[in-house]
Design a protein around this ligand. Sequence first.
Ligand code: SF4
Length: 334
Amino acid sequence: MIKVGEDIEVPILGSIAFGLIDRGTNVIQVRPVSFCNLNCIMCSTDAGPYSKWRQAEYWVPPEILLDGVREIIKYKGIDKVEAHIDTVGEPTLYSRLIELVQGLKDIGEVKIVSMQTHGQNLSEHKVEELSEAGLDRINLSVDAIDEKLAKYIQGAEWYNVRKVLRIAEYTLENTKIDIHIAPVYLPGINDEEIPKIIKWALKTGAGKKWPPLGIQKYIPHKHGRKAPVKKVMSWYEFWNYLKSLERMFKVKLIPRLEDFGMFKTKPLPKPFRVGEKVRVKIVAPGWLKGEKLAVDLRGLRTITVVNAEELHEGAKVSVRIVRNKDNIYVAIPT
Ligand code: SF4
């Protein structure tokens, strides 16, 4: 595991695997760790012990993340910020999670602190601590209620969906945290589970302040795990599926940005254009095989260099930027 600020000095912006992401809204994504202990069959980031593509994992101390959040807020000039802890792994594995939540909540402009999780590492005590630290919402992924199927989808015999549901119910009854249930629909795999999940979410009182449910479409990713679905739905088919469930259960399943208090804001400036040649220093292995982590020589952004097997740590090289969307930088050697 590579510790940012200890093993390597890199800007907190630029990588998809750790740090901070601004997508031009009032929501700042906070990524303190990259690893996970599940092996979900549809994992878009190929996380967990069975990962085929990953070669490095990262850990970032809260102090560095909090300084970065303050800087972003200052630049954007907004005061209704949601800090959303959403990793390419599992945030509850972060050893300093409580400090991070507390630190985010202590920033005056941060009105909401939320977190995504599959819930496998939560306990009654942990959710009480998170609530006291200021966590407002958990986006909880529950992909099946059937215990055997849940173990299959999460790729782990030890995964216990009963426990996850019990902790969710406890959270809603005994803490200030709201829960938004977010299953991934896998056609041909969890068709019978989605209505059960909706019924459970409604019965249990999820969605005290935010929409109770947000069903997600399965999208295969190049380096993600490919679930053996019957078919990959088009967006048109998926929206129609959601509309039919909305009619059946009389619940809104197609939320708008406003339902989460989200709005567009000034995005952060992008120091590098796509196609631009940039001098960088190679500082560490990249997240996935064949990649290296680099920093431009002015120290503005972390840059992931792909096809970089031949580049050695410490080398100063020229790369060409091939992606800069949302200030996440990918480059190729020139
Ligand atoms: S989907 Fe989430 S919980 Fe499942 S393996 Fe990937 S990162 Fe872990």
